[in-house]
Write a protein that binds this ligand. Sequence first.
Ligand code: ZN
Length: 207
Amino acid sequence: MSDVPKKTEELKLNDDLQQDKGESIADLVRVMLTRIGEDPTREGLRRTPERFERALRYLTSGYHQDPEKVLNGAMFTVCYDQMVVVKDIDLFSLCEHHILPFFGKCHVAYLPDKRVVGLSKIPRLVNMFSRRLQIQERLTNQIAQAIQKGIQPLGVGVVIEARHLCMVMRGVEKHRAETITSAMLGAFRENQQTREEFLSLIGRRSV
Ligand code: ZN
């Protein structure tokens, strides 16, 4: 997987962080565990701060990746003017308000204007933007804008259906556990038929 940051980049980031703050994420987690009344030296928690740091670095590795590089190099010219749909892309992100997971499915479609991109690049793009602290609306928009900019199609549609643990675990919005967001650009915004075709292909009547 080439979208994982290289070792050297990771080390450099580590250095920057240590110079800025003087403390590693793991050190800060040890303090946090103490503050919530835990004993960070007990057996089960001894290596938790380092594990948490590694997990957090992975889950936020999207900051150091360039969306244009993901799409560039995988683009090719075709005589195909039908809608390209990539649906049910697994999505895992962290909400910026609570740093708790939100997760669900992302559906992406575009109407090519002579250019298409390798299908595996769309999920990679979704992963890249998901591995940042996000709000669902912005994540949806960023995916749509990156495809519009990179592939320059006649239009783009993105729908995300997700559950937010910050709401589910705290019992907020019990009855509407799934949050649905959409971003429609170009033909998907202007042409009702195009939008409806996309929504019916992903099994929705509306968003
Ligand atoms: Zn939240």
